[in-house]
Design a protein around this ligand. Structure first.
Ligand SMILES: [Zn+2]
Length: 407
């Protein structure tokens, strides 16, 4: 067991305060800080702090995969750590995106290899052959769009906006209020010729503004409509703004989670969260980004089935409570400690990354004792003894990332 120093990622959509504050560094930071990666991703591995050395976790796992990952996990995932744990702070919306299934990722990766698209080309969709399920858990209020809304509710939203130009799209959806209708409408909007978009989008946005003022911001679709206006501010003229009106608008309260399986169209809007995902870079973008957008490929992987995306709470009582997800690559549990429940145990049957998000905790594994402040993490290898966690003072919260069960 060692302290693990995360890799800080500066993206323009990040925050100059949230991660610095969480990790106890001066505020505001020089650059917007978007993510802190705790994992063994080749692009930016975290570092094990061993004595005066900072050893790449990627190198440590490669040097002795069976010791670090365990004899079960190492062969299951090709001697690689299968998950990446992140702290994420979004001040501005991230792109509209979806991730491929296992089969789509394998096919897409092979196809782009055959076409000789360089692995680091900005036009490359599939940088590896893995699916990328992800789970995001809010640390403060977290805002997102995820999954297609029930078409009947979307028809009601269009009606509320009172925009004549929306009538034909509303009719399209009313004729087929299911995944086929959503596919047809989304495909029409995301591929709308520039001139048609330049007429439709301002009319819809005018409708949004009128709706907000007529309902004094308290209408049934207030959040959805405000989101479209905000997205249009950041990405003017982007078809993704229209498409945002088709998606579930979700607010997570602290501790609540959202699981995004293959094909789920989503966009993170704002907030601070813990995120865990399969260790993959496979993202298909549909807009709201200056990065590469490949609409045909996105359409190929999207799941248009309307869903109410469930908000997840960790299951079980006391100790490490786990968020229920089907992912094979990862599992995420949360440990809450206070004066009445000051200790908990972490069972080690594979690699674990422990991340303190509130207060501070003391970790004990065999003879090793570590203090974990808020924002700090530790690596527990499969060879380490079970870990007992104690709050150093008052309330504390820790997340525990591990490998999911074999399917
Ligand atoms: Zn995503």
């Amino acid at each position: 067991m060692h302290l693990l120093r995360g890799a800080l990622r500066n993206y323009a959509w990040g925050s100059r305060t949230a991660l610095a504050e969480l990790c106890g560094r001066p505020v505001p930071s020089v650059h917007p800080e978007a993510e802190m990666w705790f994992g063994a991703h080749p692009a930016d591995p975290a570092r094990l702090l061993i004595g005066d050395d900072a050893v790449s976790l990627l190198d440590a796992v490669a040097a002795d995969p069976v010791r670090e990952l365990g004899s079960d996990v190492a062969p299951r995932f090709g001697n690689r750590l299968p998950f990446l744990l992140k702290l994420l702070a979004a001040e501005e919306p991230l792109s509209l995106q979806a991730h491929p299934s296992a089969i789509q990722a394998r096919d897409g990766f092979a196809r782009e290899n055959r076409a000789r698209v360089p692995i680091d080309a900005p036009t490359r969709n599939y940088r590896d052959d893995s699916p990328k399920p992800e789970l995001v858990v809010a640390l403060d209020r977290f805002e997102a769009l995820a999954g297609f809304r029930d078409p009947h509710a979307t028809i009601a939203l269009f009606a509320a906006l009172e925009v004549p130009a929306l009538a034909k799209y509303s009719a399209l959806l009313a004729g087929q209020p299911d995944s086929s209708g959503l596919r047809a409408l989304f495909t029409t909007w995301i591929t709308l010729p520039e001139r048609a978009l330049a007429t439709l989008l301002p009319e819809v946005l005018d409708g949004c503004v009128a709706y907000l003022s007529a309902s004094h911001g308290r209408g049934q679709f207030g959040k959805e409509v405000r989101t479209a206006i905000e997205l249009a501010d950041t990405y003017p003229g982007d078809a993704g703004v229209l498409c945002s009106l088709l998606l579930n608008r979700i607010t997570l309260q602290p501790g609540e989670g959202l699981y995004l399986d293959a094909g789920n169209l989503h966009a993170y809007l704002r907030g601070v969260a813990v995120e865990i995902m399969a260790n993959s870079d496979n993202v298909l973008r549909g807009g709201l980004t200056p990065k590469h957008v490949d609409v045909p490929e996105l359409l190929r992987v999207l799941d248009f089935e309307p869903v109410e995306v469930p908000i997840l709470h960790p299951g079980g009582a006391g100790g490490a409570r786990r968020y229920p997800t089907p992912a094979a690559e990862f599992a995420l549990s949360r440990i809450d400690l206070d004066a009445t429940n000051p200790t908990a145990d972490v069972t080690v049957d594979g690699p674990n990354i422990l991340l303190c998000t509130k207060g501070s905790v003391q970790l004990r594994s065999g003879d090793t004792v570590l203090e974990l402040r808020r924002g700090a993490a530790a690596w527990v290898s499969a060879a380490d003894a079970h870990v007992s966690v104690t709050t150093s003072e008052g309330n504390a919260q820790m997340f525990c990332a591990s490998v999911g069960r074999a399917g």
